[in-house]
Design a protein around this ligand. Structure first.
Ligand code: ADP
Ligand code: MG
Length: 698
């Protein structure tokens, strides 16, 4: 029988295949490009292309595509076949180094947020050799970056790679200062935990809101929701288990290290986590995972919902971004060391993260901002929209000791190898668990929990990498110029803790009082919606940092501002239109039919005996008629609010109108419709109820 070992990575042109199919010379030169970013010469590219094609064709591939991640958030591909005519009337399969390295998709149909106005619409894709090529269906997919001809990044991969480079550069400076000369490369790694819902395809098809917007726009609270907490880590239903089994197999073929799977808090909600890998590959893998999750679901008569908030009143779905930094020799720089000396380096990296998160709370919030995620953040389940950090008791005590210049836990100050007597000794793996912090230290990594389930993880990691690179740069500048390294080092730690400890919060992040304390006492930011936070992408301090780290140019930042807000507005407008249409063409007619039948029942009763009171009928007809009128007037108001958007001066103004008017009216319309649902006989209601959807997969 074929085992996992046999088919793991079978669809990937990975290191094993490269080693087997490339000459030693080509292989080593490609490895240099992959590991150290050395430029690739065309001769090597030709040899790699030839091997890739041979391999792909032997696996049944007929086409190739440059696979990229435009700013829409999904992946894009344009397929070309390998065939080329041969003189004898047949074809040969061809693929050149040039075709591998560069592609020219029509960039004009992808969002460029203003970049198009100043630059040519055309763009090109460039091979990213650090992420392996793979076969999907009959197509060889080549991971690529996507740029305009002016060199502006039109995608998420390009800034992600730049941010990794920025972090590498600054972290290396720090390591050199600690006497580490052998490390060649520092990388950030990520293991994203992906949450999702599974519902039956049959019910999905009956809900225009799910089909058009990915979430339910109506739906009364079911008699049973997640009150019992009986789903979390519960027994997995056979149909779901079959789905997970096939999903794992498919992911493994793509070399994706799917590792854990379990039920989540809400009914019908589940989670999948892979083993962590470099940020770039983890991002590609997560995009692929989301695609495969949906594809496999369809084969099982299911639909996989990746929306952040498919059901109101039920937990939404997030994505926990477990992030760490490590060296090419495998040392995790966020892992407390065994000796105080190692701990000094660890504490410096820790302080770099603390400073980054505090200085750039806004960028972290911005990096997870979408219309969908706005429903999660700040609701009673996901972290609040306020960014804070959890470090755990032990680390907290260590930091406090440094800040107050007191011995740690009453112990004598420990002598450092270098002779400083200031840094406390502490144990590794002592962190406690906290599940409500947006940004929690979990022993040797940080878990950033604000990401929405459908977000590309690229955006969050671009910001993590570049903000931490910025802190490290400031530290390295100071340390390199220092006369007394240890003294300066201690000073940096001391100062960072003092200045940034307001960002550290070890309590319950879901507590209402926390938001009050955070904003009023600590002065932390609380950007509740996308419309609130995105304008701050353009704040000078953010533009200065991102441009000086070489992660995004000013134009690129501007374009991301435009695209994110455009996306927010478009998403809500589609939802609003869907609501209007469902209310007018399905909900109101359903209530009318039911009301008419109730009236008929009363008339029939009265015909038999005019003295029958018909209290039920009278009261229902009155209530339902009131609701019908309310629903009608709310749809009219909502339509007017949508028309009014044409008067918005720019996208910023439009997003504010969406936030204040459109979303508000959508909420009111929903309230009336949901109330009507609870009063209308079930077989008159035009779509499956929450109970049907949430408990429908058996
Ligand atoms: P939990 O649900 O307790 O948060 P999981 O085991 O579900 O934990 O997920 C932890 C995730 O963190 C996994 O994807 C794992 O691979 C990842 N991870 C573990 N160690 C590291 C590390 N050093 N750097 C980045 N990610 C890591
Ligand atoms: Mg987690």
């Amino acid at each position: 029988m074929e085992t996992v070992k046999d088919y793991f990575g079978s669809l990937v042109f990975d290191d094993r295949v490269m080693k087997a199919m490339l000459s030693a010379k080509v292989y080593s030169s490609l490895k240099k490009t992959i590991d150290e970013g050395k430029e690739l010469d065309i001769g090597v590219a030709n040899a790699v292309a030839e091997a890739m094609k041979e391999w792909a064709v032997s696996k049944g591939a007929t086409h190739y595509t440059h696979w990229f991640q435009p700013l829409t958030g999904i992946t894009a591909e344009k397929h070309d076949s390998f065939i080329s005519p041969s003189p004898d009337g047949g074809v040969i399969m061809e693929f050149s180094g040039k075709e591998l390295i560069k592609g020219e998709p029509d960039a004009s149909s992808f969002p460029s947020g203003g970049l198009r106005a100043t630059f040519e619409a055309r763009g090109y894709t460039a091979w990213d050799p650090t992420s392996y090529a793979f076969i999907k269906g009959k197509t060889l997919c080549i991971p690529t970056a996507f740029c305009s001809y002016g060199g502006q990044a039109l995608d998420k991969k390009t800034p992600l790679l730049r941010s990794m480079e920025a972090l590498n550069k600054q972290a290396l400076r720090i390591l050199r200062l600690f006497g580490n000369d052998s490390v060649k490369r520092v990388n950030s790694s990520v293991g994203p935990e992906q949450e999702y819902f599974l519902i039956t395809k049959e019910m999905y098809e009956q809900r225009p809101d799910l089909r058009l917007t990915g979430r339910t726009l109506f739906g009364a609270k079911p008699p049973k929701g997640q009150e019992m907490d009986d789903h979390y880590f519960g027994v997995i239903k056979p149909r779901v288990a079959a789905y997970m089994e096939e999903l794992n197999n498919e992911l493994w073929k793509f070399g994706i290290l799917a590792k854990t799977e379990h039920n989540e808090v809400a009914p019908a909600q589940h989670e999948l986590a892979p083993i962590y890998t470099t940020t770039n590959i983890a991002t590609d893998h997560n995009q692929l995972t989301m695609e495969i999750m949906q594809k496999v679901a369809s084969k099982h008569g299911l639909v996989c919902l990746l929306h952040e908030k498919p059901f109101a009143g039920v937990n939404g779905s997030g994505k926990h971004n477990n992030w760490s930094i490590s060296t090419d020799s495998g040392q995790n720089l966020l892992s407390p060391g065994a000796t105080p000396y190692e701990n000094a380096q660890f504490l410096l990296f820790l302080c770099a993260v603390i400073k980054a998160v505090d200085d750039y709370q806004d960028l972290l919030r911005i990096s997870v901002a979408t219309a969908g995620n706005d429903h999660r953040l700040g609701a009673n389940e996901a972290p609040p929209a306020v960014v804070s950090m959890f470090l755990g008791e032990e680390l907290n005590a260590v930091l406090e000791a440094i800040e107050t210049d007191t011995p740690y836990k009453g112990a004598e100050k420990i002598q450092m190898k270098l002779g400083v007597d200031v840094l406390p000794k502490f144990n590794r793996d002592t962190t406690d668990r906290n599940r409500t912090s947006p940004f929690a230290f979990t022993g040797n990594k940080f878990e950033f929990r604000m990401l929405g389930s459908s977000n590309s993880i690229a955006c969050a990691n671009i910001m993590l990498n570049s903000t931490v690179a910025e802190s490290l740069k400031i530290f390295a500048d100071e340390l390199e110029a220092a006369e007394d390294f240890e003294h300066t080092l201690y000073g940096i730690l001391h100062k960072t803790i003092k200045e940034h400890k307001r960002i550290i919060f070890n309590g319950n992040g879901y507590d209402e009082n926390w938001v009050k304390e955070a904003t009023e006492k600590r002065g932390l930011l609380n950007y509740r919606t996308t419309a609130d936070c995105i304008p701050h992408l353009l704040d000078k301090k953010n533009v200065d940092m991102l441009t000086s780290q070489g992660v995004l140019t000013e134009e690129e930042i501007r374009s991301r501002y435009e695209i994110t807000l455009e996306n927010y507005c478009k998403t809500v407008i589609i939802e609003a239109n869907t609501m209007v249409s469902m209310a007018k063409t399905q909900i109101i007619p359903a209530i009318e039919t039911y009301t008419t039948d109730v009236v008929k029942a009363a008339t029939a009763k009265k015909a038999i005996d005019p003295s029958i009171a018909c209290n039920y009928e009278n009261s229902m007809v009155k209530k339902l008629s009131e609701l019908t009128d309310r629903i009608f007037s709310k749809t009219e108001e909502l339509e007017d609010a949508l028309i009014d958007l044409d008067n918005a001066e720019d996208i910023g103004a439009e997003s504010v109108m969406i936030r204040d008017n459109v979303l508000e009216l959508m909420g009111e319309l929903r309230l009336a419709c949901d109330e009507a649902e609870t009063l209308t006989a079930k077989n008159y209601w035009p779509f499956p109820s929450y109970a049907d959807l949430l408990f429908g997969v058996r």
